[in-house]
Design a binder for this molecule. Structure first.
Ligand code: MG
Length: 255
């Protein structure tokens, strides 16, 4: 079901967006050579407690999950691109880290993600990261009242294809509200002018993710982490946005 928010409800969603942005900013600063993924999860968990927020991940147990997620953060390193389960791993020079974080404040959810290289970056890793960032910007720019979901999807895919990447459409953006995942699905590839018409009050997460050499993934033995089939590295960028008559409002914008 598509749920539209009133302007007052969109205002009420701002604290969650600001909180999620603040956690990602803190994680980006903390991520460095020698830092354990479990320390990043612990930092996010402490920030949740300090803010009186609620994790969307810790009890998350969808049909495809082996057991409840048990952590508050997704940390995906190198060939891992989505849903990375934080584990006892110390970041090394040149690692490409994607962090995805969703939490509720005052009963409203926000969801966002970013990728960074710790230590010395490789050019091809910087390229895949900036391509997801540019695709996210293009997707947000296309999220205008009267446009269609397919316009967002096509804008994302155009950036990916121009950079030489293929697009996997198994996982993409989604409606956001009282829960983390709602309708509509926002695929990372599609045709302009197709799909749901975008109306004021629609709140969605837009989340391009691309891998350097493939569009195929497999699930790690941990039951969660999704890795590229060919071992190439991937990146992920996500914001939660509200569609308004004044244009897209990025709820998870980082300062
Ligand atoms: Mg997310």
């Amino acid at each position: 079901m598509i749920e539209l928010k009133t302007p007052q409800e969109i205002e009420a969603m701002r604290p969650a967006g600001r909180f999620v942005a603040s956690v990602l900013t803190a994680l980006k600063e903390k991520a460095a050579v020698g830092v354990n993924l479990l320390e990043l999860d612990a930092l996010a968990h402490q920030m949740i407690r300090d803010a009186g927020a609620t994790s969307c991940y810790i009890d998350y147990h969808p049909s495809f999950g082996a057991s409840p997620f048990g952590k508050v953060l997704c940390t995906s390193v190198n060939d891992a691109v989505l849903h990375g389960l934080p584990h006892d791993y110390v970041l090394r020079d040149g690692d490409l880290l994607s962090v995805d974080f969703a939490a509720a404040v005052g009963g409203w959810v926000s969801d966002a993600a970013l990728s960074v290289v710790v230590g010395t970056p490789r050019p091809e890793d910087e390229k895949v990261i900036t391509t997801t960032e540019h695709a996210l910007e293009a997707g947000i720019a296309a999220a205008q009242v009267g446009s269609k979901i397919g316009d967002i999807s096509a804008a994302i895919a155009e950036v990916a294809h121009a950079a030489g990447y293929r697009v996997n459409t198994q996982f993409g953006g989604h409606g956001v509200g009282r829960t983390m995942h709602g309708d509509p699905h926002v695929p990372n590839d599609g045709r302009p002018g197709r799909g749901l018409r975008l109306q004021p009050g629609l709140v969605i997460a837009i989340e391009p993710w691309f891998m350097q050499g493939t569009d195929e993934i497999y699930t790690d033995r941990d039951g969660w982490t999704l890795r590229s089939r060919d071992g190439s590295r991937g990146a992920h960028s996500e914001h939660t946005i509200a569609i308004t008559p004044d244009g897209p409002l990025v709820l998870t914008a980082r300062g």
